[in-house]
Design a protein around this ligand. Structure first.
Ligand code: DGL
Length: 261
């Protein structure tokens, strides 16, 4: 099975993308709703949580792991790949590759949580591939809460997005990476505020395309993955609001199973 974890329910944007790219593959999702958000926590804390989430998914039968959370991808990937000998995917590298493919001016913007932006990982990965690329980033801590409140089209949200994007506009970027699970849900507003000429890279779509390619090239891994079209969703805490958020992101009712790790 394909195991996917996130700090909460935002990672369902990655589930959406995987379901489109790899329909029929069985999925296991774990959302750490009891300990969300990760974006405001320290690196060591997020690494510890990421180990526990990965252990849980492997115990449930995952043969590959996708770290849907940008924050956990930023700070925990190396530690996870050192510990586990199954394929582990993160959302940063495929988004960086897509950004470098489409950016003509090599002026790339990143938005994400504070932990992701402070880790500087996007900048390091972009400049490792193109040292001349200019990278502009801004942490947008309020956007996760606005999405979770369902304020997807409110004037207040538009105003806040505009304010967060202002410094990136100053950098005259031609490409913007949505470096957080929740931001694809604000894609239209972000596109409006950054300008229609700026290409937007949605890391959930980038990672899904990368995994599809990987599976095609690795038939032995493909052989391990079950394909009954089943998806199971586990969370570490459950409230009515979580159920509503999950429905909003997946655009259908799902059963969230509460587990205590
Ligand atoms: N999943 C997180 C990310 O993509 C956003 C929510 C959080 O801070 O936990 O960075």
């Amino acid at each position: 099975m394909i195991g996917i974890f996130d700090s909460g329910l935002g990672g369902l944007t990655v589930v959406n993308a995987i379901m489109k790219q790899l329909p029929g593959y069985d999925l296991l999702y774990f959302g750490d709703t009891a300990r969300t958000p990760y974006g405001t926590k320290s690196k060591e804390t997020v690494i510890g949580y990421s180990f526990e989430n990965t252990d849980f998914l492997i115990k449930k039968g995952a043969e590959i792991i996708i770290i849907a959370c940008n924050t956990a991808s930023s700070v925990a990937t190396r530690r996870l790949t050192e510990k586990y000998d199954i394929p582990i995917f993160e959302v940063i590298t495929p988004a960086v590759e897509d950004a470098l493919t489409v950016s003509g001016k090599r002026r790339i913007g990143i938005i994400g949580t504070r932990a992701t932006v402070n880790s500087n990982i996007y900048k390091k990965k972009i400049q490792a591939k193109d040292p001349d690329a200019r990278v502009y980033s801004n942490a947008c801590p309020l956007l996760v809460s606005l999405v979770e409140e369902g304020w997807l089209k409110k004037p207040e949200t538009r105003m806040i997005v505009k304010k967060y994007l202002h410094p990136l506009k100053g950098g005259q970027i031609d490409t913007l990476i949505l470096g957080c699970t929740h931001y694809p849900l604000l894609k239209d507003i972000i596109q409006q505020k950054i300008g229609k000429r700026v290409k937007i890279i949605d890391s959930s779509l980038s990672v899904a395309a990368q995994i599809k390619e990987f599976i095609k090239k690795n038939p032995e891994i493909d052989g391990l993955l079950s394909k009954g079209g089943k998806a199971s969703f586990f969370v570490s805490d459950i409230t009515d609001q979580f159920t509503k958020t999950a429905k909003k992101i997946l655009k259908k009712d799902i059963h969230l199973e509460h587990v205590v790790q």
